[in-house]
Ligand binder design. Structure first.
Ligand SMILES: Cc1cc2nc3c(=O)[nH]c(=O)nc-3n(C[C@H](O)[C@H](O)[C@H](O)COP(=O)(O)OP(=O)(O)OC[C@H]3O[C@@H](n4cnc5c(N)ncnc54)[C@H](O)[C@@H]3O)c2cc1C
Length: 382
């Protein structure tokens, strides 16, 4: 389908596709097996200016937006959803600065991200996942700085990233208005990382705890104002969820590509399995679902980039639908491969393992449905 991409978007998509095919595909199994963070690929992405595609030109980027971020994430995920996450997780960690940072903060941090510095976003804690209001990590004002204490859990890119945007409480009595957002740098005294988590999928992605022990952060690193933490977080998710959705579309497309190629070659009962209508219909459904998900993702990304005010519903819809499609399509791809699909020697079981996380992080799909329903009900009252 023609999504009427402009010249720069086509260039970004093609560049990401070329890196995915030439550089990522040959090493996918290695990184899945070793669970190492793919630094050599991050370096290639940085040298190709991919990290800067959604950063404004005045801060050293290419001046694109969420649409460009989605195009690159989709292409990289078509090869490997885990390696793509080094890039997409950086975008998540960067959005608080992009959306709410001061000019000084933007100059200091966005210029680094544009060159390939990895970032991470930290809100989740052991007792506070979907219920982000339950976070306990606390920042206490002390002269010209804040002192952070607490532990963030399951943070993508943790340990590898240099820049951390962190949502913490600054006033426990103010509920949702008592949270604030800070930028913390790796190397500051008092920030440490837990062990790398062992995961079902996206194994090459680094997931660790981020532990703050009397971590002193200068007041210049407060994003926006005290009390804005949850607004920063929610707007960040509105911008980043199409990115998870594009990761899901890429994973689904990657699994589909493998499935159709395999089905053409696999012979049973003296004929390629593509001659069986059961397989044909499965392929037709998979391709249709992927295309529908892609259309929704691009539409929501363009909505975000248009500056429209209320984007929460569209953004949540794209994440919900694309991730459910990724799960279904990757399970079907394994089915088309039959027993071979179950073997780690073949590529589709990894797509299936990687797909699952897209239904969970940046708000589970149950939470996305809550967001969509709340907005629908509000709209119906107007
Ligand atoms: C690999 C990985 C990477 C991650 N990366 C990051 C990161 O970079 N930064 C970060 O801050 N966090 C990150 N997370 C955390 C992730 O966002 C949370 O796991 C997610 O928001 C769900 O929280 P939870 O796991 O505590 O589940 P819970 O909130 O305990 O939910 C458990 C179940 O209950 C359901 N549920 C909960 N509340 C409701 C409700 N109100 N209505 C309906 N159903 C509900 C959920 O949908 C789910 O099915 C990551 C997690 C993983 C696994």
């Amino acid at each position: 389908m023609d999504y009427l991409l402009n010249e720069q978007q086509i260039m970004i998509r093609d560049l990401a596709r070329q890196i995915a095919n030439d550089k990522i595909k040959p090493v996918v199994a290695h990184y899945d097996e070793t669970e190492e963070f793919a630094w050599p690929i991050m370096k290639i992405l940085a040298e190709s200016d991919i990290f800067g595609i959604y950063i404004p030109e005045q801060y050293g980027g290419l001046g694109g937006g969420v649409m460009e971020m989605c195009l690159a994430t989709e292409e990289l995920s078509r090869a490997c959803g885990a390696i793509a996450l080094g890039f997409a997780g950086t975008a998540l960690g960067t959005f608080p600065i992009l959306l709410y940072g001061s000019d000084e903060q933007k100059k200091k941090y966005l210029t680094r991200v544009a060159k390939g510095t990895i970032a991470a976003f930290c809100i989740t804690e052991a007792e506070a996942g979907s219920d982000a209001g339950g976070i306990k990590t606390f920042a206490k004002k002390d002269g010209d700085s804040y002192i952070l204490n607490g532990t963030k859990q399951w943070i993508t890119n943790a340990g590898e990233a240099e820049i951390y945007t962190v949502i913490v409480m600054t006033d426990k009595n103010k509920g949702a208005r008592g949270a604030s957002a800070f930028i913390v740098e790796k190397g500051m005294k008092g920030i440490e990382f837990g062990k790398k988590e062992k995961k079902l999928g996206i194994r090459a992605s680094a997931t660790r705890e981020v532990i703050f022990t009397d971590c002193r952060v200068p007041k210049e690193n407060l994003i926006s104002k005290e009390g804005m933490g949850f607004i920063v977080a929610m707007k960040t998710f509105d911008n980043s969820r199409p990115g998870v959705a594009s990761q899901a579309v890429g994973i689904a497309q990657g699994a589909f590509d493998c499935a159709i190629n395999y089905a053409r070659k696999r012979v049973q009962f003296g004929q390629p399995i593509t001659s069986f209508q059961a397989i044909q219909h499965m392929l037709a459904d998979m391709a249709t679902q992927i295309e529908a998900a892609r259309a929704l993702v691009y539409a929501s990304a363009r909505m975000v980039d248009s500056g429209a005010k209320n984007i929460s519903k569209d953004s949540a819809m794209s994440k919900l639908y694309a991730s459910d499609v990724a799960m279904k399509v990757t399970v079907d791809a394994v089915q088309i491969f039959g027993g071979y699909g179950y073997m780690r020697e073949y590529p589709v079981e990894k797509f299936m393992r990687d797909a699952k996380i897209t239904q969970i992080y940046e708000g589970t799909n149950q939470v996305q449905r809550n967001v969509i329903a709340a907005n629908l009900i509000k709209e119906s009252m107007r």
